[in-house]
Design a protein around this ligand. Structure first.
Ligand SMILES: O=C(O)COP(=O)(O)O
Ligand SMILES: [Mg+2]
Length: 223
């Protein structure tokens, strides 16, 4: 039997890391496009933008709008997305097994997302995670968001764990930049959302992993 253990606190990004939210985002975008008489966008067109946040998705879905018009659409996008939360996109395959394995090992896990906190909090009970997630920080919970290290440092500190004893798992460059700035080891989640020009091997993560199932082996985590 391996003596390796999971990190005592694992912090996860949400969209593109724990949750395959791209289909929910696609339903949101297509509702807005239908309201404007525009045809549906395809999943493969929207998916690469999902971890870059609502503004990036709006820019991808409505390239004809100027900056001010896109900004006006942000609250409308978020309110439409509230109707689609966890309706079309489940956690990625292997995520439930991984969270269960961390818990069975006596470890804790939490979420640090750039999504507005109220939306992330609405998702927790829909996913059955409300009593299991030890800490949740959203993009508007603190004065700074990822790639700033503050959300990761705050999450670790709130549970009295040193940053170097945590690991952050995320699918976007800003996730890895935030972890590095926080002095926290990081895992690049290659199963998530990326643009063709993104180069995850250059982000400086400690390990790159292809599937949540790969992390079921404690030896796969940063040493
Ligand atoms: O909504 C966003 O900005 C993306 O969310 P994430 O940080 O969970 O990937
Ligand atoms: Mg993400």
């Amino acid at each position: 039997m391996s003596l390796a253990k999971f990190p005592q606190l694992v912090l996860f990004d949400l969209d593109g890391t724990l949750l395959d939210s791209a289909p929910d985002m696609l339903a949101t975008v297509n509702t807005l496009r239908a309201e404007r008489g525009e045809p549906d966008m395809r999943l493969d067109e929207l998916r690469p933008h999902v971890s870059k946040g609502s503004r990036a998705m709006i820019a991808a879905a409505f390239p004809q709008l100027d900056q001010a018009q896109r900004e006006e659409m942000v609250p409308i996008f978020l309110s439409r997305y509230e109707n689609e939360l966890a309706k079309h996109g489940p956690p990625f395959d292997g995520v439930e097994a991984l969270l269960g394995a961390i818990e069975a090992d006596g470890g804790r896990w939490g979420i640090v997302t750039n999504k507005p906190e109220y939306l992330a909090r609405l998702l927790l009970p829909l996913l059955g995670w409300q009593t299991r997630c030890a800490v949740l920080i959203g993009g508007d919970s603190l004065p700074q968001r990822k790639p700033h290290p503050l959300p990761l440092l705050h999450a670790a500190q709130s549970l009295y764990v040193a940053p170097e004893d945590c690991v952050y798992v995320g699918d976007d460059e800003r996730d890895i930049l935030a972890a590095r700035a926080a002095g926290m080891p990081s895992v690049v989640a290659l199963w998530g959302y990326r643009l063709p020009e993104d180069a995850p091997e250059r982000w400086g993560g400690d390990v790159m992993v292809g599937s949540p199932r790969d992390l079921l082996d404690p030896a796969a985590w940063p040493a």
